[in-house]
Design a protein around this ligand. Sequence first.
Ligand SMILES: [Zn+2]
Length: 417
Amino acid sequence: MKATLDHVGIAVADIDAALAFYRDALGLDIEAPEEVTSQRVRAHFIPTGPSALELLEATAPESAIATFIAKRGPGIHHLTLRVDDIVAALAHLKARGIRLVDEQPRPGAEGALVAFIHPSAAHGVLIELKQAASPGANLAPKALAWGDLHLTSVNDGVLRLDGGAMFSVVPRPLWEKKAPADDRNRILLSMRPLVVQGAWGTLMIDCGAGDKMDAKQRDIYGLDRARHLDHALADAGLSADAMDVVLATHLHFDHFGGATDAALRPRFRRARYLIRAAEWEDATHPHERNRASYLQDDFVPLKAAGVVDFYEGDTAIRPGVRVVRTGGHTGQHQIVFIESAGQTAVFTADLIPTVAHIQDPWIMSYDLFPMETLAFKRRFIREAIDRGYLIFFEHDPLVAAGYIREKDGRRYVERVL
Ligand SMILES: [Zn+2]
């Protein structure tokens, strides 16, 4: 494991006296304080080269910092180590029997993912592991040979959606263990299009949110595209102009917003855009329940530019690539089977958006027809387990692809990418 000291957290009882020392006496610059409401803490960062100091002030008596000071007095509270891949780091520690406070990473400040190691395992020191949101290893493109095809999972950055809406009837105490919420009740999600290359050319499934959202929308959805699709494609030795075909699972903005650029031109200049005719009908005739998800500027300009090819029903798009309608999420939502040399991979889009959604009833409130989702999912996941399909999770912040396994009636995902 490679780790870099990110910062040292210092619990402070009297912030004015502490500032008089760190700022005035030592002459260090102190950044504007950041409230971490969920922890009842105000953090003051002091950049000191590649690492920083963090003065931590309790904002309520039940704050962990207040408890710490009451027990041990003010002083060093934790060390934070920055790692490239926090999931791999936690798995590495767990395999060696190291006691962890957090077995799953949770969202930290600025889109980072964090997890604490128990002080008893670290000789009396509270250690926090941190993976910066971007460029994090979990967002780096990941490639895989798949029979005669070549698959590359790329990403268009992250967004945050309401945790309750992502799991509907599942109570928060259950889902927040798998997908921790931030101060605004939102969970971290990625947008991971998949590039499929064959002898017939280069095809991309979905294309992220793109860059047409204004500042208010970006704030509501916590859209962070500091590293976006163009970066990911470049890292993978690809580019937007390399795409011959762009295939939509459905036309929601977090899947197909990237189809047009800020000037409302086709963003993939050489590509044909393949859209299911009935999904186009639904998207261009939205109602009150789905209007916020179907943004007309994402797809209407494509038809005007003459770059759309419509198709009907479940069909083979290219050799080894075929679409299957699931319905549920939208009336015509579809998943994509990628088959070569007897192996099957499935891009499941919003049927199984994240690893947390592998239980049948864990279904989003965004779904227009949740009972249709349930029926399809129940059958599909059984088949995926029995036949060993590799599943691509479009919205999982950490796992791009993996196998759904079952042991003693419990499901889990064995990560591959
Ligand atoms: Zn989605």
